[in-house]
Ligand binder design. Structure first.
Ligand code: UDX
Ligand code: UDX
Length: 481
């Protein structure tokens, strides 16, 4: 059993944190806590999750079976697990022992009720706050790690202060901080180890210092930014909205390039050389995916509308609409190039994750593109180095077909263990995720297995398109006219 540090709020303005509990062992909580444990051996870090299967996977002796795939993560877990990094479903005990509790539970878009389709569903945040209120002992710093609508800290504070008042002699006390996570999946470990900035929002300087002290074990103090709570919450939504907006902008220009004969890569290089614009986040593709962008922008739209700022709401809404349009456009384009029908045709889909170097498929553009092609009656052979059959089945809402081909006019899919297996007898190769291995494909070997005329639709512009052309394929590249 871990013991909580001695803390007397009146005598000790800065608390040195010895024990951390993080509620939510997902893509954000898992890697973030692993890096904190790695960089702060003096702190005991416990990750808790309601999902027993997920916790078991975090504790699996085989590090290849961790629930989150991230380059470098297994090494960090191997160094710390059992030393000062623990995974458990025993939430109450971990909260009671913690000086600091991070909330890193999911906050999906509401499916029904007020704000359905746009507002965030805060039920898990609220439930976690109530559990912290009930189980915490002494003084506890509660840190919002989940991306939340602006002013959520107020809700958390209200729940915690009700608990505080309910205790005899005020033995419980809380302060709430916002500390949004800016890591991107696929590069989570390096983003956490070398963050551009760490943002801490709050109104209690002692608590802010306590969290800043943790990060200062490996982050240059100049990169630790302090703001008020609301600025911190809004900064996270704004960062994601700006990033997503760049992708919708480049995809809009990419479509225009295709129509006019320009090349979006050349345009991106030309505009990216302007130091005011910068060169990152200018890759045209199938549209953005991932658990954050769509949800956070819709949340921003909801907030703008709530405060009566209709033109601002419509402005941000358009970023999401353009993203959906891009995905539909790609599916339609494949059908139209394949003589207007894909019914009964085999299409090799390369990549299902929402980006390279992750096993995450949340909001992956591959889902809607594959669903549209299945609707058209295509037979998809799907290859992804990290995404498993069960995940694809759940995302597509239909199981893999047992035999190679399903009924002639009904869409079907099957997993492919290798690219060469996927392309066997296929009319087209469709690249949807920029996995490194797709840049080095053996095009003569692929072409030899495909039915002619054979197509390459490279929706990430990552393949050796010239080699594919030389091998006899017809090539379509996103953003190339
Ligand atoms: C999530 C949100 O999507 C993101 O907005 C936020 O910034 C951080 O949390 P992520 O870690 O990617 O990001 O989500 P997910 O992988 O779904 O992990 C959340 C975990 O919380 C799940 O493992 C879930 O089982 C757990 N959880 C949820 C609890 O332990 N308790 C709850 O009450 C609810
Ligand atoms: C994002 C933010 O980058 C991160 O700061 C935040 O904490 C969580 O949300 P993530 O969704 O993990 O991270 O990945 P990111 O690299 O931002 O990519 C998001 C989507 O945009 C992916 O589907 C990616 O393929 C796409 N993308 C990205 C492009 O289409 N073009 C680009 O140039 C960059």
């Amino acid at each position: 059993m871990l013991l909580k540090s001695e803390f007397h709020p009146t005598f000790c303005p800065v608390m040195t944190v010895r024990t951390i509990c993080c509620i939510g062992a997902g893509y954000v909580g898992g890697p973030t806590m692993a890096v904190i444990a790695d960089r702060c051996p003096q702190i005991q870090v416990t990750l808790v999750d309601l999902n027993a299967e997920r916790i078991a996977a975090w504790n699996d002796a085989d590090l290849g079976r961790l629930p989150v795939y991230e380059p470098g993560l297994a090494d960090v877990v191997a160094r710390c697990r059992g030393r000062n990094l623990h995974f458990t479903t025993e939430v109450d005990g971990a909260i009671a022992a913690a000086d600091m509790v991070f909330l890193s539970v999911n906050t999906p878009t509401k499916r029904k009720g007020l704000g359905a389709g746009q507002a965030s569903d805060l039920r898990w945040i609220e439930a976690s706050a109530r559990q912290v209120a009930a189980q915490a002992r002494g003084h506890t710093i509660v840190v919002e790690k989940s991306t939340l609508p602006v002013r959520t800290a107020e809700t958390i504070q209200a729940i915690l202060s009700a608990a505080q008042q309910g205790t005899e002699g005020d033995t419980k006390s809380f302060s709430v901080l916002s500390n949004p996570e800016f890591l991107a999946e696929g590069t989570a470990i390096s983003d956490l180890e070398n963050p551009d900035r760490v943002l801490i929002g709050g109104d209690d300087p002692g608590s802010i210092d306590a969290l800043a002290e943790i990060y200062s074990n490996w982050v240059n103090p100049e990169r630790i930014l302090r703001t008020n709570l609301w600025s911190s919450e809004l900064s996270k939504l704004t960062a994601n909205a700006f990033l997503a907006q760049r992708i919708s902008s480049i995809n809009a220009i990419g479509a225009l390039c295709e129509a006019t004969g320009a090349d979006v890569k050349e345009v991106a290089r030309a505009i990216g050389s302007d130091s005011r614009l910068g060169s990152k986040f200018l890759a045209a593709g199938p549209g953005f995916g991932g658990s954050c962008f769509r949800k956070d922008i819709l949340n921003l739209v909801y907030l703008c509308r709530h405060y009566g700022l209709e033109p601002a709401a419509q402005y941000w809404e358009q970023v999401v609409e353009l993203n959906s349009w891009q995905q539909q456009r790609i599916a339609r384009l494949v059908v139209s190039r394949l003589f207007g029908t894909v019914s009964g045709k085999r299409l090799a889909v390369l990549g299902f994750a929402f980006k390279a170097d992750t096993n995450d498929t949340r909001e992956s553009p591959a889902i809607s593109i594959c669903r549209d092609l299945l609707e058209e009656g295509a037979h998809l052979a799907i290859h992804d180095p990290k995404v498993g059959v069960d995940q694809i089945t759940s995302d597509l809402g239909q199981g893999a077909s047992a035999s190679g081909l399903g009924l002639a006019d009904e869409g079907s899919w099957q997993p492919a263990a290798s690219v060469l297996e996927a392309v066997e007898g296929a009319d087209a190769v469709i690249v949807l995720t920029e996995w490194g291995q797709y840049a080095q494909l053996d095009w003569p070997a692929i072409a030899a297995r495909m039915r002619r005329p054979a197509w390459l639709f490279d929706v990430r512009a990552v393949t050796d398109a010239e080699a594919a052309r030389v091998a006899g394929l017809r090539v379509w590249l996103v953003g190339e006219g």
